[in-house]
Design a protein. Sequence first.
Length: 352
Amino acid sequence: MSLPSLPRVDDADRRAWTEPTAELVAPGVHRIPLPLPQDGLRAVNVYAIEDGDRLTLIDGGWAIPAATEAFAAGLDLIGHGIGDIDRFLVTHLHRDHYTNASATRRLNGAHVGMGEPEKVCLDWMHAAMAKDEPMPLPEVAALRQAGAARLATTLESFPRPSFTPEDWAAPDAWLADRSTIDVSGRTLEAIHTPGHTRGHFVYRDAGAGVLFAGDHVLPHITPSIGFEPVRVASPLRDYLASLSLIREMPDTLLLPAHGPATVSVHERVDQLLHHHAERLDLTLTALAHGATTADDVAHQLLWTSRDTRLADMDLFNAMLAVLETAAHLDVLVERQLATVTEDEGVRHYAAV
């Protein structure tokens, strides 16, 4: 959501990775950025791994026409087509990672695998889509609990997003933590890294020294925490533990879902851990200065690399900021640095 202290780069350099390409980022591995229909995150990387004369893909992109065209063009650059894809290994359930994998499977029968913990949220989505009513927005209740009633009301008044049920069909396989996948002489280890979502997985190729990191470790931004319809008790606690897990493993090349390939996973993980430690300190300071709710605290903090105030953010990012603040507050409670009480459905915090 927000950035730790990193060297400033101009927007052109920051967005260079989004340009159409099929970049060779490791032996037998090509990065293909696919466009997204948003101004913020402009692209998502899918990684094509050569598997003999076939392909295994890490993530699939968002099932929109522009992405379908870019996908075909990127594969053509490496002498392949949609029909050469044998399988997708999806990092998590968000639509910019999952839906195009599901749509491509309908065309060519490719096998789709995803982490088993994501089944909870996919089942929720299937139940919601089966009802003859607009898709509910679980974030509305979470915002009200965070003291952001006005933001919740604004969100509730917005049109619901549309969903194509076929794009959300269940994967062919639910992957278990530490399961392995053989890909033409290389072994990928599927590692459960909850935090961004409850079932986020990264795929680690120790032999080649690469980590397909999905949204767990991103080079330019910090991932949103717990953005999913069925929230866990403490997504930030889970995320920090997952970062520490990856930090304990030997360092590798970072192949993220958003951003360029980056030399060191360890370096970026250290920055992310430092960032969240700072945010916890700032959150505790805000409580000491009289803030009591997540909304209060979020208004006292600065956001993004441009030090934006919450009041100046668009609806979606303001929502993420408040919910991320609530996650930081809950970690402070777990660490016995703060207490929490509830009054008329709103959670109020105090520094110890």
